[in-house]
Write a protein that binds this ligand. Structure first.
Ligand SMILES: *[C@@H]1O[C@H](CO)[C@@H](O)[C@H](O)[C@H]1NC(C)=O
Ligand SMILES: *[C@@H]1O[C@H](CO)[C@@H](O)[C@H](O)[C@H]1NC(C)=O
Ligand SMILES: *[C@@H]1O[C@H](CO)[C@@H](O)[C@H](O)[C@H]1NC(C)=O
Length: 212
C-alpha cells in the first residue's frame, strides 16, 4: 500500500513537471515577501524570487519579485554601479507549486576599491560619456559595461559603469531579460598588463547583444 502511494506521488510529480509548475507572480517595494496570482510556467521554468537593492544618494530602495524563471537564472548574484548609484540583485528558486524560496541575506554594499576604473555615465538620447566621467570600481565589480537601450534606431538610454562577471555571463545568455545591448570589457587599472591578457577572455565571455 505504501509503495502504491509512493508510485502515485511520483507519477503526479512527473505530470506536474511536464505541464509546468504553478508559481506566484508578484512585485513589492521594501519587502522581502509578496503574494499575487498563480501562473502556470513552461516546463523548463522554476519558481524564482528576485531581491534587489538600489542605492542612490545614500538611500537604499529594496524590491522583491516572484515569478516563473528559467533554471539557468537561479542562483544569480550580481551588481552594477554607475556614478549615479548602485544596484545589486540575488535570485533564488524553488521547484514545487506556488513555493516561495527563501532569499539569502546580502552582505552590506562592498565599498573596497578594487583598482579597476571604468567610464561612467547615465545619459538620455545619446551614446558616449564625457571622458572625464569615470568611476572607481568596488568589491567584485571588476568589469566595465556599456548598456545601450534603443527604441527603434533611437538611443533612449546609455549607461556605463562597473559590474560583476556574473552579470556579464547573465547578459550573454540566450533570452536574457536585461534590456537593450549589454557589453562588458576590461577596465583600466594599475595592473594593466594582467588586464590586457584578461581583456580578450572578457571580451570572449562577455560581449553580448541582447534584443527583447
Ligand atoms: C496556487 O495558488 C493559487 C492561488 O493562490 C491556487 O488557486 C492554486 O490552487 C495553487 N496551486 C497549487 C498547485 O497549489
Ligand atoms: C534620501 O532620503 C531622504 C529622506 O527620505 C530624502 O530627503 C532625500 O531626498 C533622499 N535622497 C535621494 C538622493 O533620493
Ligand atoms: C530625448 O528625446 C525625446 C524625443 O526626441 C525628447 O522628448 C526628450 O525630451 C529627450 N530627453 C532628453 C533628456 O534630452
Amino acid at each position: 500500500m505504501t509503495s502504491l502511494i509512493g508510485i502515485l506521488c511520483l507519477l503526479s510529480a512527473l505530470t506536474a513537471t511536464s505541464v509546468g509548475l504553478s508559481c506566484i507572480s508578484c512585485f513589492s517595494l521594501d519587502a522581502t515577501s509578496c503574494t499575487g496570482d498563480s501562473l502556470t510556467c513552461t516546463s523548463k521554468n522554476l519558481c524564482g524570487s528576485t531581491y534587489t537593492e538600489n542605492l542612490v544618494g545614500g538611500n537604499i530602495t529594496r524590491s522583491y519579485n516572484r515569478g516563473c524563471l528559467p533554471s539557468s537564472e537561479c542562483n544569480l548574484k550580481g551588481g552594477i554601479s554607475t556614478n549615479q548609484g548602485r544596484i545589486r540583485s540575488i535570485i533564488s528558486c524553488c521547484d514545487t507549486d506556488n513555493c516561495s524560496s527563501s532569499i539569502p541575506i546580502l552582505p552590506p554594499f562592498n565599498n573596497d576599491l578594487n583598482g579597476v576604473v571604468c567610464p561612467s555615465c547615465v545619459s538620455s538620447n545619446s551614446t558616449g560619456c564625457n571622458p572625464s566621467e569615470t568611476i572607481k570600481c568596488k568589491g567584485d565589480e571588476k568589469v566595465c559595461f556599456t548598456q545601450t537601450i534603443k527604441h527603434g534606431s533611437t538611443v533612449i538610454t546609455y549607461i556605463r559603469g562597473c559590474t560583476t562577471r556574473s552579470v556579464c555571463d547573465f547578459a550573454s545568455r540566450e533570452g536574457s531579460p536585461l534590456e537593450g545591448e549589454f557589453v562588458c570589457m576590461s577596465g583600466v587599472s594599475s595592473l594593466q598588463q594582467n588586464l590586457i591578457l584578461l581583456c580578450s577572455l572578457i571580451l570572449y565571455y562577455c560581449t553580448a547583444s541582447i534584443k527583447w
